[in-house]
Design a protein around this ligand. Structure first.
Ligand code: SF4
Length: 351
């Protein structure tokens, strides 16, 4: 008899809903769940591949241990394997200190409720400062800038793709990544949705990426010039109509410092540095500021570079001064579906 079980794909941040058909203990089909309000039936090839992973003869089904001194692995019970790991970890910590142990969390662990609940418990018990993840590999500048700007490492505002009218993408290729730090299953349909409702998608990237095929415009930029480009956009906005802080006016500090900093980043100067024509910088700034709702989104190309933290900050300064921070159709702060045990700031998850 066939039964269908509904789960969430944990292979990436998009967390698509999946429907898994099982007959006589065997998975017969993995499909998208059309009733999932977030992914709406979409899954990518990785989720289809879960059946093959499940049946792969090389998949580990029991713990393996290798006794000290080398040799080949042998099967062990869970009790033996856990004792083995605990003994080894404690031996290393006692001999070389807590920081001699490092942890790494990546996909799919970072999107598993089990790991979200118990991972922080383990890392806290180990008392090591060496905690690595996909975040530390490619997004910490964003978390640093958001931590300083908004007060918490996981306070990263993400674009409201389904309501925005102008999406400015820098250093990101969501058609391939499925929208890292954006959590957006079926990005292609969502980008098309912006254009179908009369909006605009602009991609700023040194390379003509796959996402450019779904955009209205590709603006080629010299690698590493994103911060200067964004500060030039802010310069145009502030020297035009000024900042539109709206209800955030009372909670915004340091705008006069921003005005002073961006004064040097004129479109003319930044044009030479970035390789983007002056009139394109001015036009993009005005389009962004005048759009009914606009969102600026930067990803790995803006963080894994010389000015990663500055660029990450400038993304949200642009959103802020155009009235698009923390509003529908702009960038918004997501509410987690589950409380991460009070460790949200100390345990960054991968994006
Ligand atoms: S985009 Fe693919 S890998 Fe990511 S959650 Fe959805 S189905 Fe899984």
């Amino acid at each position: 008899m066939k039964t269908t079980t509904y789960r969430v794909c944990t292979l990436c941040e998009a967390t698509c809903g999946i429907a898994v058909d099982v007959e006589e203990g065997r998975v017969t089909r993995v499909a998208g769940d059309p009733a999932d309000p977030f992914s709406r039936g979409y899954i990518c090839p990785k989720a289809y591949g879960m059946k093959a992973i499940q049946e792969d003869p090389d998949r580990l089904r029991k713990p393996l241990v290798r006794d000290p001194g080398g040799g080949s692995f042998r099967e062990a019970t869970w009790e033996e394997a856990l004792d083995f790991a605990i003994t080894g970890l404690n031996r290393v910590r006692q001999s070389h200190g807590n920081d001699s142990v490092a942890t790494y969390a990546g996909n799919p662990n970072a999107h598993s409720l089990h790991a979200m609940i118990y991972g922080p418990v383990l890392t806290k018990a180990l008392q090591t400062k060496h905690r690595y993840s996909a975040s530390s590999a490619d997004q910490l500048p964003k978390m640093v800038s958001c931590g300083l700007m908004f007060g918490g490492a996981l306070t990263v505002p993400i674009p409201d793709l389904d309501r925005t009218q102008y999406l400015l993408v820098l250093g990101a290729n969501p058609l391939v990544s499925n929208g890292s730090l954006m959590t957006a299953p079926d990005v292609k349909s969502r980008l098309r949705g912006i254009r179908e409702r009369g909006g605009k998608v602009v991609v700023v990237d040194p390379r003509r990426t796959e996402t450019c095929a779904e955009a209205d415009e590709h603006v080629a930029i010299r690698p590493g010039a994103d911060a200067a480009f964004l500060l030039a956009l802010v310069n145009v906005v502030l020297s035009g109509g000024g900042a539109k802080l709206g209800r955030l006016a009372d909670s915004t500090l340091g705008l006069s410092d921003v005005e002073r900093v961006v004064a040097a980043f004129t479109p003319k100067r930044v044009s030479g540095f970035s390789g983007i024509p002056e009139d394109t910088i001015v036009r993009v700034a005005r389009e962004f500021a005048e759009a009914k709702a606009a969102a600026c989104y930067g990803r790995i190309g803006t963080t894994c570079q010389e000015f990663g933290t500055l660029t990450s900050w400038a993304v949200d300064v642009l959103n802020l001064v155009t009235g698009n921070l923390d509003r529908e159709g702009g960038v918004m702060f997501p509410e987690p579906a589950a409380n991460r045990g009070g460790n949200r700031e100390s345990v960054p998850g991968p994006g």
